[in-house]
Design a protein around this ligand. Sequence first.
Ligand code: UDX
Length: 435
Amino acid sequence: MRMSVIGCGYLGAVHAACMADLGHEVVGIDVDPGKIEMLASGHAPFFEPGLPEALRRALDSGRLRFSTDPADAAGAQVHFVAVGTPQTAGSDAADLTYVDAAVQGLLPHLADGDLVVGKSTVPVGTASRLADLVRASSGADLAWNPEFLREGFAVADTVSPDRFVYGVPSGDAGERATAVLDEVYATALATGTPRLVTDYATAELVKVSANAFLATKISFINAMAEIAEATGADVTQLADAIGHDARIGRRFLNAGLGFGGGCLPKDIRAFQARSRELGLESLDFLADVDAVNLRRRDRVVALADELLGGHVRGQRVAVLGVAFKPDSDDVRDSPALDVARRLHAAGAEVVVFDPEANHTAARIAPDLSYVDDAASALSGADLVLVLTEWKQFKALRPADVLPLVAHPRLVDARNVLDPAAWRDAGFEYRALGRP
Ligand code: UDX
């Protein structure tokens, strides 16, 4: 099947590569010539395990090409819209500029019977507005097919997702759209992947409510961490114990520095903003979810200050991890980078090592020092902060770290180290929600 993918960021680049790898004829289109040049030469513009391989296979097959010209979408039957919907400057609402521009750019190149498929995360009501526009100007149909991919697992989540959701219009147009999407996703559907066909509003809401639920789950356990800190309880044991209840489940109950990234923070804000626009108070609790999350960053800065005896200025702080989560080089709304910058602003000499995100962090925080390995960051440190739970940081051994640092002090902001082992080795060890 011939398809175009408009927007080649985290979502679109992976989608384009995976669809071509599955056997479709794909053109990926983006306004950024640098990104298109990289992708066309087989290089992923960001770190995503498995993407370079999928990209290479797809390019070698001749089924994948990239372009900056929207006219190259002409001739495809299906057009995926996979552009970003960032937070609007000065407001909590989603910025739909890119989605609107992508659809406007497509209109002159659509043919009767084409299907435009929205994948971007949008405020409820967007799909129906865009469907009217698409239908009126071209006779094409529109479906909303939200994407649930996680960074670090984007290829697997695209090729074999937990479920497909198709938001389609009623009647014949909806049946046509469903049949087309079934053909697009035939490989995964053949393995029994669940697929739910809904109206537009439901499909849009599935995505934002899934992210709101996940953010709430994380902030719930982080609120428990605050209670644990006040009472001497251990939030990791608490999470294990409540997680054994299958109705609760242990996943997404890791207390620590909280959530960041390009999705959860802006999605909960946009969702709440949309509910207020609808005159509803239903999602006001998401402001608390956001506040609990941001307080964890304050807590780590306060712990650093405490361990340094109230004198942050001039102290050497080793920051292990600045990506918003492991297996990613993404530092958008990264809690780790936020903490690093705040300590730098307070006068600390912050030395950062992240296995993949040094270069992305340096772009927005050039004042911090970046080094190429953990040992260089640890060398002479007055304080060590583990801020992103990369596998290699989880494997750190106190006996190896001790000879490197100037003072054995450590904040385990992701609760991934063994407190007893570090304390026994002589470290002043502090974590979040654990004694
Ligand atoms: C998220 C959703 O999971 C995905 O379905 C959606 O499509 C996009 O947004 P992603 O942003 O890649 O994906 O990250 P995710 O794995 O959800 O983690 C989000 C943040 O929560 C990270 O900063 C992570 O460190 C944090 N987190 C996650 C916790 O603090 N505790 C947990 O238990 C789990």
